[in-house]
Design a binder for this molecule. Structure first.
Ligand code: AMP
Ligand code: FE
Ligand code: FE
Ligand code: ZN
Length: 296
């Protein structure tokens, strides 16, 4: 019989790297320091903080994480009328072009908060943009989850879910679309900063042809291990990756404790063998991190 302790040890041996999670610098509930400590305790050796449209949490994460901290970001793009996410890894965190563009999208996000609040005010829901800005740090990439939190705090709704269903979800009265890059722009931005570009969570998209079409773009890989990729999709994704010579990655996409109060950070990701494959690609593609950390 496998004891609980052995099961945990087994899981920890399997997951070597968690390459997708969020902090308070975007829509995550925990600070980079907390995330780093948690991953240290769980013996995760490689990790990438992938906040939406910002790398402001990277320095703090790197300071506290005892393993290899890879630069990471999750960019929102508009592709075939869908919100397609691209993960960037291993790029230069001081690259001027990427910093300029991330800053630009941060500003768009802030402007969007004003527009959402105006729409809410039109519905007699009085939420001041400043209330939302004061709720989070100045370096935070603002999004609808922050509006949802403000709606909960002010007692207009009881849950995030309710906020999205009643007010800010797609086709709801206070929905405001987000400014997004094109797929080309996102890939170029990451490549120009000496990183690799990965299609995030293919299981989340409504159109199945996204996976078929994405391979005609110069992406480097696909996120295979993600909770939204259903079991029956995994072999299809792997086939595409192998056929087009793409690397596969994975991560928990942790934002906050789940509804059972469980922390799933570090519970999904890639094992040691897949990490070696990824590390080799990072070296082969001459990424910033390869020069910085692996001295290649
Ligand atoms: P934004 O990028 O500002 O449009 O916000 C999108 C984020 O809101 C997603 O990354 C999710 O984390 C969150 N989100 C979207 N739909 C829902 C929902 N129905 N309930 C709770 N969170 C949601
Ligand atoms: Fe998110
Ligand atoms: Fe995403
Ligand atoms: Zn994510």
């Amino acid at each position: 019989m496998i004891t609980v302790k052995n099961k945990i040890a087994k899981r920890q041996n399997q997951i070597y790297a968690d390459l997708h999670f969020h902090s308070t610098f975007s829509d995550g509930k925990f600070t980079p320091e907390f995330l780093a400590d948690y991953l240290n305790k769980n013996k995760i050796s490689v990790a990438a903080l992938t906040d939406h449209d910002t790398i402001n949490g990277f320095d703090e994460f790197k300071k506290y994480f005892q393993g290899i901290a890879i630069t990471g970001v999750e960019l929102s793009t508009c592709f075939r009328n869908e919100d397609v996410h691209i993960l960037g890894y291993g790029f230069d965190p001081k690259n001027e072009d990427i910093l300029f563009n991330l800053n630009k999208y941060q500003n768009y996000r802030k402007k969007r908060i004003y527009t959402i609040c105006e729409k809410l005010n039109g519905l007699k829901i009085k939420i001041l943009p400043e209330t939302i800005f004061n709720m989070v740090g100045g370096d935070t990439a603002l999004g609808r989850p922050h509006v949802a939190q403000a709606l909960i705090n002010a007692g207009f709704v009881n849950s995030m879910r309710e906020a999205f269903i009643e007010y800010i979800g797609y086709e709801c009265p206070a929905y405001v679309p987000k400014e997004k890059m094109t797929l080309d722009q996102a890939i170029k931005l990451i490549h120009n900063a000496n990183g690799i570009a990965i299609l995030a969570h293919p299981g989340l998209y409504k159109n199945d042809y996204i996976l078929e079409e994405i391979v005609t773009y110069p992406i480097d890989g696909i996120e295979l291990y993600h909770s939204s990729n259903r079991k029956n999709m995994m072999s299809g994704i792997l086939n595409v990756a192998e056929k087009f010579n793409l690397i596969v990655t994975g991560g928990s996409d942790f934002h906050q404790l789940n509804w059972q109060g469980k922390n799933l950070l570090g519970e999904l990701g890639i094992d040691h063998d897949r990490w070696i494959e990824l590390k080799n690609i990072l070296i082969e593609k001459d990424t910033f991190i390869a020069k910085d950390i692996f001295n290649k």
